[in-house]
Ligand binder design. Structure first.
Ligand SMILES: [Ca+2]
Ligand SMILES: [Ca+2]
Ligand SMILES: [Ca+2]
Length: 148
């Protein structure tokens, strides 16, 4: 009886072992909506400290998936991994320095307002489309790590 119980527990744990506790299971990645407002740099460090990186959106499918998750898991706009702080308007995923393609900018964005917007945020009120904002602004963030 006890053995059967332990076996059942093992099976339950195995089913949920793809993502750590508290992370959302996506199609190809695990996502963590962090509910503390942080500057982009501190948010990036936070995601690394939990074994991931700020989320990179690499397809329409991933963009839509994250937008659906955000309806339930995010209290507001959140940082992604994108930056253009090395060369203005040259948007890259910071964790890999790969060019951001495709992009999902909100109409009129990125506008580099006041010459000081070099970090990428998701605006949940704008259907999950993107805005560039001041990296020093404190914002929620989305971490990502690979499914394994
Ligand atoms: Ca990704
Ligand atoms: Ca910029
Ligand atoms: Ca902007």
């Amino acid at each position: 009886m006890i053995l059967a119980y332990l076996l059942a527990l093992t099976c339950i744990c195995a089913v949920h072992s793809e993502c750590p506790f508290g992370w959302v299971v996506g199609n190809t990645s695990c996502y963590l909506f962090h509910h503390e407002k942080l500057s982009w740099t501190v948010a990036s460090h936070y995601c690394r400290s939990v074994g991931g990186h700020l989320a990179t959106v690499e397809s329409k499918q991933e963009k839509d998936e994250i937008h659906e998750f955000s309806k339930f898991h995010s209290a507001g706009d959140f940082w992604l991994d994108g930056i253009d702080d090395v060369h203005e308007s040259d948007w890259r995923w910071a964790s890999t320095y790969s060019i951001i393609n495709p992009t999902f900018w909100h109409p009129g964005q990125p506008d580099n307002l006041k010459g000081n917007e070099d970090c990428l945020e998701v605006r949940i009120g704008d259907n999950g489309q993107w805005n560039d904002d001041d990296c020093a602004k404190h914002q929620f963030c989305l971490c990502e790590k690979s499914l394994n």
